[in-house]
Design a protein around this ligand. Structure first.
Ligand SMILES: Cc1ncc(COP(=O)(O)O)c(C=O)c1O
Length: 394
């Protein structure tokens, strides 16, 4: 069944959650049940045939040689850093406006996260901020090894501009593509935009499992083999010896089976997400600052995120109509207690601070109806025109 065939009008008093996973499950339930029954029958719960099939499918989807199914997006990032030998004394450059896991993985391997500001036009890492951050890390006695851009809300970062800086400094890139599987720049899909990309299959992500899951995508044979060893206790293939220090980092076969069912309709779902974003854009033009779009990059629309001054008031107005809205992210990373000890103290992160006060994510997903989008937009328009909620300056 096509995704758009499900666009039935709903009664106005129905709640509209930020994410609605139930409708998608209903749409795909038959295929999911069938695939799960197959896993129960063959019983290969760890690295079963569905994991291999998914790995091949996500690699082909992204246009890269290797897809590796792992336990979560966070573990994918940790394994990428471990595979590159990042550890104590090293610095990893990360944007200040993202989910905490982006920086936490750096601390988890013993390295130091160095925060840079984001671009107000894209909300992604500002490529101009990278060189000063590398220099500043060096003056602190750290060895900057990796730059870790995030594809925030599903929009790919500016990898071409970032690569110019990393090439000049001999630093590697690990893409935190947790939110952006399915996004692209021109014809190049996420997975092929950076030497190694880490995706999340957390249930609310564009391609989401029914539990934790993640993946790594790369063209680099050596890196892929190293990550495969790390995810299985450092073992090589079926070997007994630990070739390196590893972890239990595998994607389980049940989740792979669910993801295969979802991948079979993923392109149609991405198109529907783009359609919903276009409808929101039309209805909210001039009402609030619309999500970044540069005409070349295509977001996977993990979230549809607008900006406005009275963001908290808008959230409350939506909540009063049982419309779910999300505040991603209320606190920029340099203000998290967990990272206090890692700060240089002279970071200039004003855009991240502004965004954390002004962003508001609206209901998004392949099964939201046009009527629901209208209801959300009408509520926001009413709020902004009715009181102090003015659009944030573009
Ligand atoms: C930017 C970013 N990085 C990393 C992660 C971690 O992914 P997971 O929840 O699969 O561990 C997330 C998850 O929300 C994320 O949004």
């Amino acid at each position: 069944m096509s995704v758009s065939a499900l666009r039935a009008p709903v009664a106005t008093q129905q709640p509209i959650p930020l994410f609605d996973l139930k409708r998608q499950q209903a749409r795909l339930r038959h295929d999911i049940d069938r695939r799960l029954a197959k896993v129960l029958d063959h019983g290969q719960f760890i690295l079963g045939p569905e994991v291999t099939e998914l790995e091949e499918s996500i690699a082909a989807f992204s246009g890269v040689a290797h897809g590796i199914g792992v336990s979560s997006g966070r573990d994918a990032l940790i394994m990428a850093l471990m595979a590159m030998g990042v550890g104590p004394g090293d610095a990893v450059i990360v944007p200040a406006f993202t989910f905490s896991a982006t920086a936490a993985v750096v601390s988890s391997v013993g390295a130091t996260p160095v925060f840079v500001d984001v671009d107000p036009a894209t909300y992604n890492m500002d490529p101009h901020a990278i060189a000063p951050a590398i220099e500043s890390a060096r003056t602190r006695g750290l060895d900057p090894k990796v730059v870790m851009p995030v594809d925030l809300f599903g929009l790919p970062a500016d990898y071409a501009a970032i690569k110019q800086v990393t090439d000049a400094y001999g630093v590697r890139i690990v893409a935190d593509a947790a939110q952006s599987f399915g996004g692209r720049i021109g014809d190049a899909r996420v997975g092929g935009l950076a030497p190694i990309s880490c995706v999340s299959f957390y249930p609310t992500k564009p391609l989401g499992a029914f539990g934790d899951g993640g993946g790594l995508l790369t063209d680099d044979d050596e890196l892929a083999e190293t990550v495969r060893q790390i995810r299985t206790h450092g073992r090589q293939g079926d070997g007994d010896e630990a070739m390196r220090i590893g972890m239990t980092g595998r994607l389980d076969t049940m989740q792979a089976a669910i993801l295969l069912a979802k991948l079979s309709v993923f392109k149609a779902e991405l198109n529907r997400r783009a359609e919903i974003a276009a409808l929101y854009n039309k209805l909210l033009d001039g009402v609030c600052t619309l999500p970044p779009a540069d005409g070349v990059s295509r977001s996977a629309y993990a979230l549809y995120t607008v900006r406005l001054k009275n963001r908290d008031g808008a959230r409350d107005a939506l909540a009063a109509r049982q419309i779910g809205a999300g505040l991603f992210y209320r606190v920029p990373l340099h203000k998290h207690p967990a990272f206090a000890a890692t700060l240089a103290g002279d970071e200039k992160l004003g855009v991240a601070e502004m965004l954390s006060r002004e962003v508001l994510s609206l209901p998004m997903g392949p099964d939201i109806t046009d009527d629901e989008v209208h209801m959300v937009a009408d509520t926001l328009v009413e709020f902004v025109h009715g009181n102090a909620g003015q659009p944030a300056a573009a």
